[in-house]
Design a protein around this ligand. Structure first.
Ligand SMILES: Nc1ncnc2c1ncn2[C@@H]1O[C@H](COP(=O)(O)OP(=O)(O)OP(=O)(O)O)[C@@H](O)[C@H]1O
Ligand SMILES: [Mg+2]
Length: 314
């Protein structure tokens, strides 16, 4: 059925059809006087049909009500660790970039792998820029998943790539990632780490800022079009302010492109663990994850430990 036939009163449609006007586009492009000359319709009818067609073609506008109805927009991507999920209101937020930074050994990669394991069936892209994907650790963590089934292939929707150069990372994100996203359902993209390729061999800081900006824009676009979460792991650099020892790497150019910044810290406090929770290591050091800045989360801190089971509450 012709679109005009559907949206216009039948008498108007018949007259237009008789004069060869049969698409909404023609009605928009022809002026008021062109339509009058061709069809001899009264002014009121021409105004009416112009309004009906422009309303039909008008782009849909989102409203708060409509957004609230789309529950999956707000469904977070769980980290698989209760205290961390609690402060993140359920996990990593979709549609934006979340940065996780901390010193070496603080547990950044463990959180990335655990999120991959817990959300395996919804599709994960894991881009490694430092070490290879720790597949053995992934295999270990998956055995502690609720309802773990040894016959299930937990890695089949976890797409892994190892890129170390900034240009390789960018071209992977420009070319390969869109094609992967068009063919597969993905809920989380992890870059572990975003700092490694951009920290070395850069004398031209303007070029580095431009490349980081492009990376962040591409990732944010994917996050919004495919409604997925982006986790960018970042390293630390020495801070020259008295109050701080370390600060996130990559400077202001990068900081301005992210929505949430989370700080991971390993303390020297030993957490006594229940023997039932942990079969082998019944004490592990306490770690904290704090929200450093966020457009939607208050400042708060979660405490957790890392054991063979993965990242979990004390
Ligand atoms: N199988 C395991 N059992 C217990 N603890 C583990 C296990 N695997 C890793 N860990 C803990 O996780 C820590 C390493 O965390 P992770 O590799 O995530 O650090 P990172 O922040 O990514 O460091 P880097 O910046 O060097 O990549 C180890 O110090 C160890 O305490
Ligand atoms: Mg790591």
């Amino acid at each position: 059925m012709n679109v005009l036939e559907e949206i216009l009163p039948s008498k108007l449609f018949e007259i237009l059809d008789r004069h060869g006007i049969c698409t909404p586009k023609q009605i928009i492009l022809l002026s008021f006087w062109d339509i009058k000359k061709l069809t001899s319709l009264p002014n009121g009818d021409i105004m009416l049909l112009k309004n009906i067609v422009s309303e039909y073609l008008m782009p849909m506008c989102n409203t708060c009500d409509k957004l609230l109805e789309q529950e999956d927009v707000y469904k977070r991507v769980t980290t698989g660790c209760k205290p961390i999920d609690n402060i993140l209101k359920g996990g990593f937020r979709r549609g934006v970039i979340t940065e996780l930074y901390g010193e070496s050994g603080s547990g950044k990669t463990q959180i990335g792998i655990q999120a991959a394991a817990f959300n395996w069936c919804e599709g994960i892209v894991y881009l490694c820029t430092e070490d290879l994907f720790p597949v053995k650790r992934f295999d270990q963590i998956k055995t502690y998943l609720p309802n773990y089934d040894s016959t299930v292939d937990y890695g089949k929707h976890v797409f892994v790539e190892h890129v170390t150069e900034p240009q390789d990372l960018l071209s992977c994100i420009r070319v390969r990632l869109p094609s992967l996203l068009s063919r597969n359902k993905i809920c989380l993209i992890v870059i572990d780490s975003v700092a490694a390729p951009f920290r070395v061999e850069y004398n031209n800081y303007i070029q580095r800022a431009e490349e980081l900006r492009e990376l962040a824009i591409l990732l944010t676009n994917f996050a919004q079009t495919h409604n997925l979460a982006i986790l960018c792991i970042n390293q630390v650099t020495a801070a020259f302010q008295e109050a701080l020892d370390v600060m996130p790497a990559l400077g202001l150019a990068w900081s301005n492109m992210i929505c949430n910044r989370l700080w991971l810290k390993k303390t020297t406090i030993n957490a006594k663990l229940d023997q039932e929770i942990c079969r082998s290591d019944n004490n592990a050091c306490l770690r904290t994850l704090s929200v450093e800045f966020s457009s939607e989360l208050p400042y708060c801190v979660a405490q957790f430990v890392i054991t063979q089971r993965g990242v979990h509450e004390v």
